[in-house]
Design a protein around this ligand. Structure first.
Ligand code: RIB
Ligand code: CA
Length: 341
């Protein structure tokens, strides 16, 4: 029996890989995709989600536009990471011009994402899993609107976000999704809904070395070539900011773990998010040893089988266009710091 899921996402380059994995996974029944600000503006992520779903033959899946800003802070968009359009070097006029294929318009005015989430939960005859791949603002708004419906009909939230100890990617200690809207992350973590936290401790291992991206680009597969084109921009960002000759593809890991939790190992912990300004903004405090004597509110992933996850993701998303040896070699090469010039 397929698992009913709602995917909340801010495509976004790694989100696009996650969507490609999800729509090719029979274990998931995707009831809808909800989008929001984060890697790009809310307008762009709404457009990008529909474009990527169409690219992977999944235009049937409804997409609902969501929050354009955090709960109380002003929006900060990660344009330097995902490009102005949110899809790397691909730009709107090229995406939606003659040659690029149309982007299906949604029938009627699309429902605001937090309300769409509640609608989908209400009409589902079974509990629904939420895959949260962006800031948690839509989920926090849905909780604010109808906490009981969320708590009664959400089976679990598998979220990409936070870090139990790995270096941050937005500040030295903070991961972007939690940093973008700390109050929303805190609201979700304190909601009482079962949560699996897929943070940088494990997603930093999901590295597509440039040699692997090149294999995708030259594979002859149109879908693999599309993902490689998205990652071309993403590799440039990682070379510049993380001295990595490749890119860290975070979001598909949350999808893979929602499909099969055995790809990684998680430990129950109490997690709290710093709703401060400055250096600790969005830092996730993960009480690994129980110092705070508080009930765990998340299963925090601490280890993952990266090569297996990358192989699983690509095989599902674009078919077997790269070999396990290509993946293993890429993971080894990625250990060599990138040198500019
Ligand atoms: O920190 C990585 C997360 O922030 C990913 O979900 C990425 O897409 C961005 O949203
Ligand atoms: Ca994301």
């Amino acid at each position: 029996m397929a698992k009913k899921v709602i995917i909340d996402t801010d495509p976004g380059i790694d989100d696009s890989v996650a969507l490609a994995l999800a729509v090719n996974s029979p274990e998931l029944e995707i009831m809808g995709v909800t989008t929001l600000f984060g890697n790009s503006t809310a307008e762009n992520t709404f457009r990008n989600a529909r474009y990527v779903l169409a690219k992977f033959g999944a235009s049937r899946i409804p997409v609902f536009p969501g929050a354009a800003a955090p709960l109380i802070r002003r929006p900060e968009i990660a344009a330097e990471t995902h490009g102005e359009s949110g899809l790397g070097y691909l730009v709107p006029e090229e995406l939606f011009g003659e040659g690029a294929g149309s982007v299906p318009q949604q029938a009627g005015a699309a429902r605001f994402a937090p309300l769409a989430i509640l609608d989908l939960l209400a009409k589902s005859d079974e509990k629904v899993t939420i895959l949260a791949l962006g800031p948690q603002t839509n989920l926090a708004l849905a909780l604010a609107y109808d906490r009981e419906l969320m708590r009664s009909k959400v089976a679990e939230i598998v979220l990409m976000g936070g870090s139990a100890g790995a270096p941050g990617n937005t500040t030295p200690v903070s991961e972007f999704n939690f940093w973008a809207d700390p109050e929303a992350a805190q609201a979700v973590l304190q909601s009482g809904i079962p949560i699996r936290m897929v943070g940088l401790d494990v997603t930093r291992s999901i590295v597509f070395h440039n040699s692997l991206v090149e294999k995708l680009r030259t594979s002859g597969s149109e879908k693999a070539g599309f993902l490689a084109e998205l990652m071309r921009f993403y590799v440039g960002f990682h070379r510049e900011y993380e001295r990595l000759d490749g890119c860290i593809v975070n979001d598909p890991l949350a999808v893979a773990l929602a499909i099969d939790g055995r790809f990684g190992m998680a430990q129950p912990m109490y997690v709290e998010v710093c709703c401060t300004d400055g250096l600790t903004r969005g830092q996730s405090i993960c009480d690994r040893f129980g110092f705070l004597k508080k009930e765990p509110n998340a299963g925090v992933y601490l280890s993952v089988d990266a090569a297996t996850v990358i192989e699983f993701t690509l095989e599902r998303a674009v078919g077997r266009v790269v070999s396990p040896e290509d993946i293993a070699r890429g993971l080894e090469l990625a250990k060599i710091p990138y040198k500019h010039g």
